[in-house]
Ligand binder design. Structure first.
Ligand SMILES: NC(=O)c1ccc[n+]([C@@H]2O[C@H](COP(=O)([O-])OP(=O)(O)OC[C@H]3O[C@@H](n4cnc5c(N)ncnc54)[C@H](O)[C@@H]3O)[C@@H](O)[C@H]2O)c1
Length: 289
């Protein structure tokens, strides 16, 4: 896939998935602005991503978003692709989650995605040559996940924003999709079900076992980069408003929420009517542990 002439911003690209995205885009020919809240990680990423420039800033604030777009324009003359990847976890069960836990995660993921996408959309609309907003969501946002009130809410919100912005930006030929990745990173090492397999693979240098790659869709960060590169390219111009899962050996299209069973009753439904005729099967929820 050739991304020559494209300019991309990748937030949170100091390590993990973001760094892999930045490297893959640069390898495909794009000019990349790398970003992280950690200045040392930005310097290291600039050294690893050919031709890149770096911006050390915490996404969430409007000023950081504007700084990222300005850096792309100053260094490379324009902006074609934004990947909102920066993220943190502050996992706690509901009754132990503090206001700070909630606000920090919402600020980085949800507000960070909003402010960066807004700044990018303003610039892309001025340019008039279309664009790509690639928003990073999560299985937790699609299903809910134990201990992740803040994160699940932010990631569900990000998928909802992708659907909303796909509508709003269609006329400007700016596509907006949510990517639902799974990969072995510092973040997934905190998940007890995955930690032993990831640590084993790191220790032995062996590939991840087939059950993990195939069934759980968990592999390396490089396994996610094919979808990101495709979505950044001209080849994906007809794809917008989608939530697309990727990881290990798996590529998946998530469904949008939709009414599953519908019944009507003339005059509407009282509580007793509902109690007397409720026969909807319950939907499953939560990421299987
Ligand atoms: N790893 C997975 O399996 C997985 C699954 C679903 C979603 N995700 C999402 O993918 C993204 C990357 O995850 P990862 O596993 O590579 O995590 P990671 O912790 O390895 O990397 C996240 C990076 O974001 C940076 N960051 C944090 N707050 C920031 C801020 N305010 N501004 C700029 N940079 C900031 C961190 O310093 C770090 O370098 C996150 O949005 C995460 O929620 C990851």
């Amino acid at each position: 896939m050739d991304l020559s002439g494209k300019v991309a911003v990748v937030t949170g690209s100091g390590r993990g998935l973001g760094l892999a995205y930045a490297k893959a885009l640069a390898t495909a020919g794009a000019s990349v602005v790398v970003n992280d809240v950690e200045p040392a990680a930005v310097d290291a990423a600039v050294a690893e991503v050919p031709g890149s420039v770096g911006v050390a800033a915490a996404v969430g604030a409007t000023e950081s978003a504007e700084q990222l777009v300005a850096a792309a324009v100053e260094a490379f003359g324009k902006l074609d692709v934004l990947i909102t990847n920066a993220g943190i976890l502050r996992d706690r069960v509901l009754w132990k989650m503090t206001d700070d836990d909630f606000d920090a995660v919402i600020k980085t993921h949800l507000r960070g995605t909003f402010t960066c996408a807004r700044a990018a959309a303003i610039r892309m609309r001025e340019q008039g040559t279309g664009g790509r907003l690639i928003l990073i969501s999560s299985p937790a946002g699609q299903r809910g996940n134990f201990g992740q009130t803040n994160y699940a809410a932010a990631k569900a919100g990000i998928a909802a924003m992708a659907r909303t912005w796909a509508l709003e930006l269609a006329r400007s030929e700016i596509t907006v999709n949510a990517v639902v990745p799974v990969a072995a990173t510092e973040m997934t090492k905190t998940i007890p079900a995955f930690a032993p397999a990831i640590e084993e693979a790191e220790r032995t240098g062996q590939p991840y076992p087939a059950w993990l790659r195939h069934d759980e869709g968990l592999g390396t960060v490089e396994d996610v980069t094919g979808l990101i590169t495709f979505l950044a390219s001209d080849a994906s111009k007809a794809i917008t408003g989608q939530a697309i899962g990727v990881g290990g050996d798996k590529l998946a299209l998530w469904s949008h929420p939709a009414e599953k069973e519908v019944v009507h009753r003339d005059g509407g439904w009282s509580a007793d009517d509902i109690a007397g005729s409720w026969n909807f099967p319950s939907e499953t929820y939560g990421i299987p542990s």
